[in-house]
Design a protein around this ligand. Structure first.
Ligand code: MD3
Ligand code: FE
Length: 214
């Protein structure tokens, strides 16, 4: 909803214990973010990584920042070089850093300093199965996620894989800060529905800002 100041209502809303939804928080920076995503992708192209179990992920991925998340037959890990080029990942663009830091502050994490940004690209049909993010060193740091382009249905459960899941729509510009107990909650993305978005075409981008290393 548009507020009296002509901006958008980004009131904090608790999605789960410790998970703060900032609706449309990234909207006014979306064009700059997408342009910087393009720059990162030209230096470190999207790729479909293979899981330790031998499955090729339907989501295209790359990274920027000091560390990048990778998976291959040997396992999941953060590393400071792109395995495709052997070169350091592209630096995290300033608009990304400031958005992540501002969102974390708004959600009650004034000291968040991301050192990794995973860029996920979904085309219609792509999905991310239920998982936990636990490759980072210190779970007291939150993860900040930004959704751009086509909408997606996010599902999240609890600390156990068996916990019931709830579904939540995430749309262009939405930011969620995952801290507290929700930091280790199981979560995933249902297969993306067919569609086109005026800013991204047939795609959804998700940025996740993380602190990989102490
Ligand atoms: C809850 N990405 O990259 S964003 C991932 O939309 C990932 O691409 C999804 O899950 C995506 O690991 C979901 C929302 C999200 C991101 C990280 C979380 C939710 C999270 C970490 C902990 C708990
Ligand atoms: Fe995740």
């Amino acid at each position: 909803m548009d507020d009296l100041f002509g901006g958008l209502d980004t009131t904090n809303e608790e999605m789960a214990d410790g998970a703060v939804l900032l609706r449309r928080f990234a909207l006014d920076k979306a064009d700059d973010l997408l342009s910087d995503i393009g720059t990162v992708m030209s230096a470190a192209p999207l790729r479909h990584m293979v899981t330790p179990g031998g499955f090729t992920m339907s989501v295209g991925m790359t990274n920027c920042g000091q560390f990048g998340w990778v998976t291959d037959r040997r396992g999941y890990r953060y590393q400071n070089t792109d395995p495709l080029s052997g070169q350091p990942w592209p630096a995290m663009p300033e608009v990304m850093v400031s958005l992540a830091v501002d969102a974390a502050k708004q959600a009650g994490y004034p000291d968040f300093k991301p050192d990794a940004c995973l860029i996920n690209r979904y085309e219609p049909g792509a999905k991310m199965s239920l998982h936990q993010d636990k490759d980072e060193k210190d779970f007291s740091n939150p993860i900040v996620s930004v959704s751009l382009g086509l909408p997606a249905t996010f599902q999240f459960g609890g600390l156990s894989r068996k916990d019931a899941v709830r579904k939540y729509p995430l749309v262009h510009g939405d930011v969620v800060v995952w801290g507290g107990p929700s930091r280790l909650f199981y979560h995933g993305i249902l297969p993306l529905k067919e569609g086109t978005h005026e800013k991204t075409g047939r795609a959804r981008f998700n940025l996740t800002f993380r602190r990989a290393v102490l």
